[in-house]
Design a protein around this ligand. Structure first.
Ligand code: AP5
Ligand code: MG
Length: 211
């Protein structure tokens, strides 16, 4: 089953998608991570999108879908889409893409979190860049101490500054909230309360996905 995991910046999409990947044997695709990996690799594509992402705007629907197509076609596993679709046209293109590949979306679940709580989380969030170049998020599965032990470098995402966080929320309200209405209309929409500890959010997600 393919799943869309939605929610505002900082709602906990990445944290929960990683847990669901392990528990349900799905493939986690974070479009934000895919784009950040392109930037880190120094590719032409990465150079084109760096300023857009660091500033908190969205890359174009066509570019996003073309990047995603190859990744989706390359797996037989069920997929958790984290951070995609972010616009109604992306949601329509996802439908078409899945249909062409003989796949089907099972649910679109939004993690709900008050904006202030999300802003606090993002301002405090830290990343770890390991000597191999791999980036891990500091959290329950990878501690600050573990990062230091492995010789990693601790940093903040460039879009996690207060001004960029506010801009990401504005973009989210304007361009991504309509996607929730899109999924409500086709009966795939569900939501969970993200303002609880990560394990409680995870259990609520599992319950919603089993329905
Ligand atoms: P993306 O990387 O998707 O960023 P985002 O949507 O703003 O979401 P975040 O990754 O910041 O938050 P999250 O919900 O994953 O929360 P997390 O689990 O990390 O996108 C970045 C950019 O890429 C976009 O702005 C855009 O430019 C571009 N882009 C991406 N997709 C695109 C698309 N489809 N189209 C066009 N452009 C696209 O948690 C946050 C923090 O809270 C962490 O520190 C975590 O440890 C902590 N935390 C998590 N859960 C809890 C909890 N329950 N209690 C307490 N703390 C918690
Ligand atoms: Mg994320």
């Amino acid at each position: 089953m393919d799943i869309v995991l939605m929610g505002a910046p900082g709602a906990g999409k990445g944290t929960q998608a990683a847990k669901l990947e392990k528990e349900l044997g799905l493939k986690h695709i974070s479009t934000g991570d895919v784009l950040r990996e392109e930037i880190a690799s120094g590719s032409e594509l990465g150079k084109r999108v760096a300023a857009i992402i660091d500033g908190g705007d969205l890359v174009s629907d066509e570019l996003m879908v073309s990047i995603l197509k190859n990744i989706v076609a390359g797996t037989d596993k069920g997929i958790i889409f984290d951070g995609f679709p972010r616009t109604v046209p992306q949601a329509q293109m996802l439908d078409d893409m899945l249909k062409q590949l003989g796949r089907k979306l099972g649910k679109a679940v939004a993690i709900e979190l008050p904006e202030e709580a999300a802003v606090q989380r993002l301002s405090a969030r830290k990343q770890c860049k390991l000597p191999s170049g791999e980036v891990k998020q500091i959290g329950p599965d990878f501690s600050l101490e573990e990062c230091q032990k492995q010789g990693g470098e601790i940093f903040q995402r460039p879009d996690d500054t207060p001004g960029h966080i506010r801009h990401r929320f504005a973009v989210y309200h304007q361009q991504t909230e309509p996607v929730m209405r899109f999924y409500r209309q086709n009966g795939l929409y569900a939501e969970v309360n993200g303002d609880q500890d990560p394990q409680a959010v995870f259990e609520d997600l599992l319950a919603v996905l089993k329905k």
